[in-house]
Design a binder for this molecule. Structure first.
Ligand code: NAD
Length: 255
């Protein structure tokens, strides 16, 4: 019970990596405020009474974030951990991404982390310490084609991570988590855009040197570790959890 009675705010906790992270924190004794636009997260409050509270929040809108953070503190007290996980995958090259799609991607993937950090950090300071985890992506280092806005938003997360880490050390640490392909509703939604989803899924497995995609639980366990005192010497850095994606430039193997 590493996080007994600590308060964690987790954005995008209704599904995927966020949902696994909510469950992992609760297993370790934390009380979790779930911020999401998906009302299915209400079920978590029913499943874990006194341990999980759902706040319907669009994390790209300052007023909604500020109101939800106030309500969350009223319910569970000052915040120890903020997991900026909510995000969307969008597609398009620089030329065919519309201005609206660019703004929507930046607002949900990047501005949300700024807004939530801005609202939660004063509470962490009152608490004396805290950890902010920003969900970036392996696409902060290597990109797919046709993801101009997405890859830009995830790369910018590393800058926000460095800034928070530098500005608020030693009391508050900030770390970026950079997953490769992870089996979540986001991934399943993306591959179903293809005429042959099974072939795309196989391609996803094959492109990782470990020959499989990751699970949301694996990412959640990394986040738990990074929030713990065992990770107290890690701050400002991107931590990749990507099955080795992008490690090799190929070449023939020698016998
Ligand atoms: P997901 O789509 O399965 O879940 C995302 C959650 O965010 C959903 O519950 C959704 O309702 C919520 N959300 C979306 N917009 C929101 C908004 N405006 N306000 C509040 N909540 C909102 O996604 P996932 O695959 O679990 O991804 C989680 C994070 O990890 C994202 O930031 C994503 O970019 C990143 N990531 C995912 C992968 C992957 O392969 N799945 C890889 C690298 C990085």
């Amino acid at each position: 019970m590493r996080y007994e009675d600590r308060h964690a705010v987790i954005t995008g906790g209704a599904k995927g990596i966020g949902l696994s992270t909510v469950r992992a924190f609760i297993r370790e004794g934390a009380r979790v405020s779930v911020f999401d636009v998906d009302d299915s997260a209400q079920q978590l409050a029913v499943e874990f009474p006194g341990k999980a509270t759902f706040h319907r929040v669009d994390v790209s809108i300052a007023r909604e974030v500020n109101d939800a953070v106030k309500r969350a503190i009223d319910v569970y007290g000052d915040i120890s951990y903020l997991i900026n996980n909510a995000g969307i995958q969008t597609y398009g090259t620089c030329a065919d991404c519309t201005e609206d799609e660019w703004d929507r991607t930046m607002n949900i993937n990047l501005k949300s982390a700024f807004l939530c950090s801005k609202a939660c950090i004063p509470s962490m300071q009152k608490n004396g310490k805290g950890v902010v985890i920003n969900l970036s992506s392996v696409q902060a280092f290597v990109s797919q084609n046709q993801v101009a806005a997405y890859t830009t938003s995830k790369t910018a997360m590393l800058g926000l991570t460095r800034s928070i880490a530098a500005d608020y050390a030693p009391a508050i640490r900030c770390v970026a988590v950079c997953p490769g392909t992870v089996d979540t509703p986001m991934l399943r939604g993306s591959i179903h855009l293809s005429p042959d989803p099974a072939a795309v899924l196989q391609e996803c497995h094959d492109m990782h040197p470990v020959k499989r995609i990751g699970t949301p639980d694996e990412v959640a366990e990394l986040i738990l570790f990074l929030c713990s005192d065992d990770a107290g010497f890690i701050t400002g850095q991107p931590i990749r959890i990507d099955g080795g994606l992008g490690l090799s430039i190929g070449g023939s193997k020698r016998e």
